[in-house]
Design a protein around this ligand. Structure first.
Ligand SMILES: [Fe+2]
Length: 303
């Protein structure tokens, strides 16, 4: 075999091996991330918040559903789902069954664009250069209302452009949330206004971590912001991290626990971005970016 042919053959085999790993192994290699967030009043007991996002459920993902169901063993005090839960019209019931006992716990949810519009075929590499909003249509074809009714049936708060109060882990929590900005359904003005200093915690929830929305949450005094959407970059460079976020936030905060803004006032809100549990069925790969859920243990502030 001549050298150029050998090189091409090697590249093809290596590419197939990487794709196989990313689509079969890593995409089903679920991780639980744990973070401690010093955010509660002095003397408060720790409170566990389970953050799930971007499940993108399609039929047949039994391993994913059974892993989600197992998360109830963590005994979270609060569950927050930041959207993109489904990717198929027959996914609502399986999703609700997968969430199972988690739906009986206090919870909050917002929608993502993919809860409204079924995924359409595209070049998976388009994820690297094109914002998802341009691919969306105007007439929803997924059962988003059925999804919302199912999530709310056990008492989860629908936080899409809504503000309210919930009790979880002994805390009085003020919650504000926005709908997905990628389909122009976010209406921050409907929830705008200073938060209640008398609440034990002020929680802001959104699908896509857009800096201009998070600036408004921060200005209104929210303590903790939760978002998804980025998939953590989905295809990352080992040792470097995310290349893209598919939204306004920079790759450095594509996933994990940070502050918003990244630098500034020491009292600015904490921000947790989930890398999510799934992918679009038309880009079924994750590389150096395992699918994840996060358990945030809220503890008293330091000092
Ligand atoms: Fe997503």
């Amino acid at each position: 075999m001549r050298a150029p042919t050998r090189t091409l053959t090697f590249a093809a085999v290596a590419g197939a091996a990487v794709f196989g790993y990313a689509s079969v192994i890593e995409r089903n290699w679920f991780a639980l991330r744990r973070f401690e967030v010093p955010i509660l009043p002095a003397g408060a007991e720790p409170v566990r918040v389970l953050h799930i996002s971007d499940i993108h459920l399609t039929p047949g993902r039994h391993r994913l559903l059974s892993w989600i169901r197992s998360l109830d063993a963590l005994a979270p005090d609060l569950v927050v789902n930041t959207g993109d839960s489904i990717a198929h019209r027959q996914s609502v019931l399986p999703l609700l069954e997968g969430l199972g006992p988690l739906l009986d716990r206090p919870g909050v949810f917002v929608y993502g664009s993919n809860d409204f519009y079924s995924p359409i075929p595209h070049n998976p590499l388009r994820y690297l250069w094109e914002a998802s909003s341009v691919r969306h249509r105007t007439v929803p074809d997924l059962p988003w209302a059925e999804l919302g009714a199912g999530l709310a049936a056990g008492g989860w708060m629908d936080a899409n452009n809504a503000r309210g109060r919930i009790k979880a882990g002994g805390l009085d929590i003020e919650v504000g949330g926005v709908h997905d900005s990628h389909i122009d359904r976010d209406r921050y003005h409907q929830i705008a206004g200073p938060t209640d200093a008398a609440a034990d915690l002020r929680l802001g929830v959104m699908h896509s971590p857009e800096p201009e929305i998070m600036d408004q949450f921060a200005a209104d005094g929210y303590d903790l912001l939760l978002a998804g959407h980025t998939h953590g970059g989905q295809v990352c460079l080992p040792g470097f991290g995310a290349l893209v976020t598919n939204c306004g936030i920079e790759p450095e905060r594509a996933s994990g626990l940070h502050r918003h803004p990244l630098h500034g006032d020491p009292d600015r809100p904490w921000l947790h971005v989930s890398a999510g549990l799934g992918t679009s069925p038309w880009a079924p790969v994750r590389f150096s970016c395992r699918p994840e859920a996060s358990l945030l243990t809220l503890v008293p502030r330091i000092g």
